[in-house]
Design a binder for this molecule. Sequence first.
Ligand code: HAM
Length: 407
Amino acid sequence: MVAVSKPRGTRDFTPDEMERRRIVEKKMRQVFESYGYREIATPTMEHMELFTMKSGEGIIDETYSFHDKSGRMLALRPELTAPTMRFYMEKMRMNPKPLKVYYFGNCFRYDRPQKGRYREFWQMGCELIGTDKPEAIAELIATAYHVLKGTGLKDIKLRVGDLELLRSFIKKVGVESPEIMRLIDKSDYEGIEEIIGGREGADEFMEFLNCGDFNSLKKFFDEKDVERIGSVFEWLSAFDVPYALDTSIARGLDYYKGIVFEIDAPLLGAEKQLCGGGEYSLLPVLGGNDTPTSGFALGFDRIILALEKEGYEFPSSPEIVYVHPIGDEMRKEAVSLVTELRGKGIKVEMDLMRRSMQKSLQYADRIGARTAVIIGPDEWARGMVILKDMKTGEQKEVKREEISKFL
Ligand code: HAM
């Protein structure tokens, strides 16, 4: 036991874990960039107000917030959409539209920690600013889908809904919206029944919430009300993205409107949601005009969990070359050799513990070195070094200047 442990809901990552995370991160970035998104970064902390403006004071309970030494109320970002909108208002308003930005960063939420739910977690996400054409929303959803597929994930399920339809139905039933939206977001059907049970249209509302098929939507609405989601579906097919209608997507954050979507990895069980997003409105509360905005964020940690669960074979990193000098007089020669090899982009370690050859090679084996280069004074004097294949144990002499050919 160490005297001080890490805070609840946070994690340390080993070199092996970081290597896996970086491999996946890189693949995800490539797909975002192939869709024309460019990366931005914003501060880890923001004024608390940025998050309460739209979501209300309730969000304070879920946020890591504190007063700084000047008495300002700051918060560790619980997400990156509001910070991106603030940044847009300050610096990017004049950029050509559509503006496509993506981000990768840690977020903090005072959640109840469990597998797949952390207090510090990483999101990669994007915002699309300046267009709400159905093909733009479909392309946004296609980006999310293809970023996830691009990681190597096999089993993911995309659900798309329309908050206009959901909200208009709630109004029809005549209930207060924030509480029922929260229950719908949590799929708490008993809670929903408790609120709307006995009201006129309650049965129809429950039927609507479970309506998984676009044609049956027309039973509840006029043709023109379902036109938009219908059009997004057509474009999704053009982008070759398989989807399902889910009229019950409420989204947890209060800024959403219009088309919303979520992507799950069913294998993950309770915390299966890998992605959430849709159209939203935040610019007007920040003093801007109502430029259309939409976006999504992917739970990076959950993607790694899902890949592991699917048995994904992470590519192994290039193995390291290990250099062992025989005797103290060869140490400087070892330094010049490793410097040269590192300059060629080869991963190299040399003995830094002044170990015996046997101990040194045992260590090389443990760190997974594929080749050891042994520098002996006699061979060096003849311009040669010894290469040892760590798998087979085979040894051969090679010319010092030709060494990189063999690595
Ligand atoms: P969100 O649904 O709150 O949306 O979060 C997006 C994703 O982050 C979730 O689907 C989940 O995978 C992951 N996530 C959330 N909380 C945790 C947690 N405690 N531990 C691990 N992973 C978590 C947003 O944050 C919106 N800003 C998305 C967006 C962007 N909408 C428009 N633009």
